[in-house]
Design a protein around this ligand. Structure first.
Ligand code: PHE
Length: 347
């Protein structure tokens, strides 16, 4: 028996040596290691071996099987390398040829961008600049300069992602207020749209990354009436329909007085649903007159200059406009979702 094993092994190794194609290697495998292969048959015949020899013979057959299997794998690698090598050295293979054009598909416009474009267009008509500020900010621009000192409880409402260098991902677009005041001489009016980040638990209307647009107007003698008037015109331009709003007092350290402008939920028309947490109203737009401390931090004299500001949730606006009941769709990456908003997009 042991002799037989040795003989088969020798035969297998000699045959293997000569193989130079994957097809022949497969045949070899079947011949020796397949269901009815020579080595398999040996293993199956173990029952007939007298018990006193069984251990020795068993080990020999198994060893043979393991060795041949390893050699087959080794061979397979070698053949594959050979094939690649051959391809590379082909005379008719020109690596400088341009590649086949990929079947590029047209993308679609993200629903938040559609809304952002509408908002920008509406504000531009009223003479607002559209500015782009940083997504990573320093503590001063995000908090301190906005009248939110280190130990202020308002910081807890906007817990964020801190960077190793002490900076942070901005929790709102309001840092742009300070930057704009330093960048442009008064009077001016500007909006700054962009991504903001919060360390927040996800639910139907909360997500760690979302879009806001900040509005800022700096001029002499600005009033709340002024702010509300402009907001209503703009919301109606964006929604292309009459919009119901309500004002509540709201606290933000960087405005005084501060308000929450709510909009009647367009998902359920005020009846109550997941989006509006069954209240019929959605908090859309905090706003107010810029706090004198912030005007000062912006490098202006609050006795001379006044301002109003608002922070509009673009993501929330898109949810209202398109009746999207769950915020996680926006960054979910499911193309079927995005395709619904643009005609002629991905097919
Ligand atoms: N920055 C505030 C927030 O994100 C919103 C806001 C902006 C409030 C401007 C008042 C004025 O919560």
């Amino acid at each position: 028996m042991l002799d037989k094993i040795k003989k088969i092994k020798k035969k297998a190794l000699t045959e293997l040596e000569k193989i130079n194609s994957l097809e022949i290697l497969r045949d070899f495998e079947v011949k020796f290691l397949g269901k009815k292969g020579e080595i398999t048959v040996l293993l199956k015949g173990m029952g007939k071996v007298p018990p006193e020899n069984r251990k020795e013979v068993g080990q020999a057959v198994n060893g043979c099987k393991i060795e041949i299997r390893a050699k087959v794998e080794e061979k397979e690698e070698k053949i594959k390398e050979m094939i690649i090598e051959k391809d590379i050295n082909r005379k008719d293979f020109d690596i400088t040829l341009p590649s086949q054009p990929l079947p590029h598909k047209k993308g679609t416009i993200h629903p938040v961008v559609i809304i952002q474009n509408k908002v920008e267009a509406a504000f531009e008509q009223l003479g607002f600049k559209v500015l782009d500020y940083f997504e990573a900010e320093d503590d001063w621009h995000n908090f301190e300069g906005l009248n939110i000192p280190k130990d202020h409880p308002a910081r807890d409402m906007q817990d964020t992602f801190w960077l190793k260098d002490g900076n942070l991902l901005r929790t709102h677009t309001s840092p742009g207020q300070l930057r704009a005041m330093h960048d442009y001489p008064p009077p001016f009016r500007a909006i700054f749209p962009g991504k903001v980040f919060r360390y927040e638990k996800t639910d139907a209307s909360h997500e760690h990354t979302f879009h806001q647009v900040e509005g800022l107007m700096i001029d002499k003698n600005l009033s709340v009436a002024n702010l509300i008037g402009i907001m209503k015109i703009l919301l109606e331009a964006i929604f292309e329909r009459k919009v119901d709003v309500r004002l509540r007092p709201g606290f933000f350290p960087f405005v005084e007085p501060g308000f929450e402008l709510d909009i009647k939920c367009m998902n359920c028309n005020g009846k109550g649903c997941q989006v509006c947490k069954y209240s019929g109203w959605v908090e859309l737009l905090p706003c107010g007159l810029v706090h004198p401390n912030v005007i000062r931090a912006g490098g202006l004299d609050p006795d001379e200059w006044s301002g109003w500001a608002f922070g509009l949730g673009l993501t929330r606006l898109a949810m209202m406009k398109y009746k999207i009941s769950h915020i996680t769709h926006f960054l979910g990456g499911d193309l079927r979702f995005y395709r619904q908003f643009t005609e002629g997009g991905l097919k």
